[in-house]
Ligand binder design. Sequence first.
Ligand SMILES: Cc1cc2nc3c(=O)[nH]c(=O)nc-3n(C[C@H](O)[C@H](O)[C@H](O)COP(=O)(O)OP(=O)(O)OC[C@H]3O[C@@H](n4cnc5c(N)ncnc54)[C@H](O)[C@@H]3O)c2cc1C
Length: 394
Amino acid sequence: MHYDVIIIGGGPTGLACGISLARDGRQVCILERSPQSILADPPFDGREIALTHHAAHWLKRAGAWDEIPENVICPMHTARVETGKDHTLPLIFNAPKDGPNALGFMVANHFIRQSLYRIAARTPRLTIRAGTHIEQTVHTERSARVVLNGGEALTADLIVAADGRFSRMRESAGIGAIIDDFKRSILVCRVRHQKPHDHTALQWFDAGQTIAFLPVAPDERARHVSSLVLTLEKEDIDRLSICDEEAFNAEITQRSGGRLGELSLDSERCSYPLKTVFAHRFRAARLALIGDAAVGMHPITAHGFNLGLRAQETLARAIANGPGDAGTTRVLMQYERQHRRATLPLYAGTNAIATLYTRDSRPAMVVRRLGLNLANHLMPFKKAITGMLMDRQK
Ligand SMILES: Cc1cc2nc3c(=O)[nH]c(=O)nc-3n(C[C@H](O)[C@H](O)[C@H](O)COP(=O)(O)OP(=O)(O)OC[C@H]3O[C@@H](n4cnc5c(N)ncnc54)[C@H](O)[C@@H]3O)c2cc1C
């Protein structure tokens, strides 16, 4: 069977890429190792995705936004950054007065994945093969081939690797990557609390721990809901992931300084290693890397999926402007050049901030406080960051 494009990985970026390319008239096949039941009804995975305006526009155009229940979309009005124990000098970003009143929209990852799958499943020219295991991939200047477990062979003009941060495709193509290991883990879960979150996302770089509270849309139950993102040494995250609920509630309430009142666990606890990835190259012969396989961002700037959407748009545009063969070097070079330019400064800047703001030495704490205070008064800087957070380009 021959396709224009075979996409390996049916995560949110792979599904979005399949939708874009099939709508442009390409014959596309997505190969995903998880079973169809998981794609159709993905489980809660702790990730609450802050969608930019651009991402929301893309999801609306694709029809996926309408597949997300309205009552689970939570607008974010303010982002607040704090360092150390002093909460009186925060760096605050508000949506501009002359624009939409939200910086972005919080939506749980499993709703985004579900909505994209629903659209992808009914897109003509797009085949989704779930529960598939890949035995071998071969891609040369002349052709690309994927052999499935069982021996079936599929060919394509282009293979797109959308198989996540620890991409096997990237590795097997011999593409190296900058992997920044922060030697910490992240625990994410939903918590209930007494005080309202006021649609504010808080990023608090405390000494020895980083805590984020992200606003979650209210439901019919009592008390407010937020997503807790706690970054600590791996051993502490492992302990907190399995300790009994009462001990967990007491510890997270104490760690958060009681700022939202008493916290109580309201979901599963999920954890992730804090490693960021930037591939040395985003292409090889008849192969393109997109999503986390190309750029696995640190979650503090909440841009991983937003950039994944950008990657597949850039690739689809390069293919549409190309000679017809989706896998030519010229098409892939154009994609790579544009996507590197769009992601490298953000990747490097995010990691520099994350590194500085997790250094707890006395001089670093002084620089951290001064940096936030200065940034809060530098209006052009704040405007630029607000623009980046919102990404209102259509
Ligand atoms: C705690 C946390 C918070 C985050 N918050 C935000 C946020 O606020 N905003 C934001 O934009 N981003 C955020 N992100 C990042 C975002 O979740 C990722 O960027 C996004 O999920 C990447 O999508 P992807 O499709 O590239 O990769 P993945 O979601 O990793 O999907 C990869 C897919 O490939 C499949 N796969 C892997 N190997 C194979 C194989 N060999 N064969 C077939 N299939 C394969 C996997 O099963 C999976 O379905 C956050 C991430 C974390 C961990």
